[in-house]
Design a protein around this ligand. Sequence first.
Ligand code: NAD
Length: 295
Amino acid sequence: MTMIAFIGLGNMGGPMAGNLVKAGHTVKAFDLSQASKDAASELGVGIAASAKDAVAGAEIVVTMLPAGKHVLGVWGDILPAVSPGALLIDSSTIDVESARKAHALAAERGCLSLDAPVSGGVGGAKGATLTFMVGGSAEAFAKGEPILSAMGRRVVHCGDAGNGQAAKICNNMILGISMIGVSEAFVLAEKLGLSHQALFDVASTSSGQCWSLTTYCPVPGPVPASPANNEYKPGFASALMLKDLKLSQEAAQAAGASTPLGAAAAQLYALHNAWGEGGTDFSGIIHLLRGRDGA
Ligand code: NAD
């Protein structure tokens, strides 16, 4: 049993903290929102009066917050109260630069740290089936891995500080681009009089095969469990896809990498979200590609 502090009990953090309790750990947590605290409390998570109170005496501190500025703000606030030698893990999806700054803050305090963003969404957070992409030292990884395993199914060490975030945004850039590619092919097939099922049967067993087609097909029918069969209820919301694509473009600019398809994908998701689709699943981008009237 480990004493764990958990800051950020939203859609992802609440169930993740609950899974740590289920695994037999003692969890003291904090969130700014009363509703989030109430929901986590029902899962057996102990609620502290402040983030600083939550981390007092903790061996491991996990944060699950919206963006880089929140993570740097919270880590800056709690670090003076964290015991030197403790391990801090940030599982939020944030920019690589902020992640590396957070690691530096932890090191100044004599603490170990990991960036450990996730894929798998709210379903994965509830079912403890997340994939963690982890950046940080071998020592920090060895200490954090058993804790992350209680919240997920796969824990991949991607290298040094910031590399977990780098893996996450590279993966999601592939996902955004491939979903648009698959959707464009279905729209073209519709115009050419080719049925969704016929295109699926060919492409899913040919060189066009990819996850966006075979697991998350953007038209109803061929893959019964995909969000397209459920009015594009997320799943993975378009607003979060846009967030991740923007992070990939910031990183590409900072690193001098050329990612023209990533840039185009970010523009298309920005337009889709501007049409009020930020809350629907990201595979709903097919509506944008058909044109607003769906013609
Ligand atoms: P969320 O908005 O539901 O939760 C964030 C929580 O952080 C909120 O409860 C908020 O009150 C709390 N918070 C903000 N500032 C705080 C502070 N200073 N102190 C304490 N609490 C604070 O978001 P989420 O869906 O849980 O996502 C969290 C992170 O995980 C994001 O970085 C997101 O990009 C990433 N992510 C989300 C999903 C998903 O499907 N929702 C999937 C993968 C990764």
